[in-house]
Design a protein. Structure first.
Length: 265
């Protein structure tokens, strides 16, 4: 179970709490995946990193939409290819999830992890090697968790982990359903905290999951109960409070966004 708290509308709420290591996953039999996807839409300009390289590409001309060369995406894509999900419009701008590439994104993510407000929950402060180990544990896995950069109007400004909650150790602590999809989020920049950004991104990402994962009926998260602004952001983004969970690293609020209610809340 990867770190599990999302940023919300305060500096302290913009980092997630740690759970067990990303590589600690349940050994379950996985059904065949059909990989039903929605194609990219619109004409949004490809976001670029600080060096002018388009996100989703690497040096040498690889245009594989951000997919790791090996390991990070299995032949059966357990998360229906977040690399292929299109940009979406939000009240704060055009937003897109771009799967992490360590060689491109490590420095940025490591800097965010060393922000005290983030480190208090993620517990990944330290040298770049600490963050790299966390990222590679996911990228070298079978695709149950996909780390992503959140890009707003072409600017990388947040970090997400999209993961199969039903295949994660979290499933030991709540009545998981097949294809439950979990979300972890931190907001990278202090200037983006405390002004509704967390709520807007949570709603956008939940909508993306439900649009591109037709067999997923619920998006879930488990913010630390102590982080009341984070819980409030989930509620504002259309999640409901389901239960309190005693997890190995924290007492958490199980937050659920139901497909059936997605057009109501």
């Amino acid at each position: 179970m990867p770190p599990a708290e999302t940023s919300a509308d305060s500096a302290a709420a913009d980092a997630t709490s740690p759970g067990e290591g990303a590589e600690d996953t349940l050994e379950l039999q996985v059904p065949d995946e059909l990989g039903a996807l929605l194609g990219p839409e619109g004409n949004d300009e490809e976001p670029h990193d600080a060096d002018g390289r388009a996100f989703g590409t690497v040096a040498g001309g690889d245009t594989s939409a951000g997919r790791p060369a090996s390991g990070g995406f299995a032949d059966e894509d357990l998360l229906d290819a977040p690399a292929d999900w299109c940009a979406t419009r939000t009240p704060i701008g055009s937003f897109r999830l771009v799967p992490v590439r360590v060689e491109r994104d490590l420095s940025l993510i490591s800097r965010w992890m060393n922000d005290p407000a983030v480190a208090a929950f993620w517990e990944l402060a330290g040298s770049g090697a600490v963050t790299e180990a966390h990222l590679r544990a996911q990228l070298s896995g079978d695709g149950r968790s996909v780390p992503c950069i959140g890009v707003l109007d072409g600017v990388p400004m947040s970090y997400f982990e999209i993961y199969r909650a039903d295949l994660d150790p979290l499933a030991r602590h709540y009545p998981a359903r097949p294809h439950d999809t979990g979300v972890h989020l931190l907001i990278g920049g202090v200037a983006d905290r405390g002004r509704g950004v967390g709520t807007a991104l949570l709603r956008a990402v939940a909508d993306l999951v439900l649009a591109h994962r037709p067999r997923c009926a619920r998006v879930v998260a488990e913010p630390d109960l102590r982080n009341t602004p984070s819980v409030a952001a989930f509620l504002s983004a259309g999640f409901r409070f389901s239960a309190e969970l005693e997890l190995p690293a924290k007492r958490a609020a199980l937050m659920v966004r139901d497909r059936a209610l997605s057009h109501v809340l």
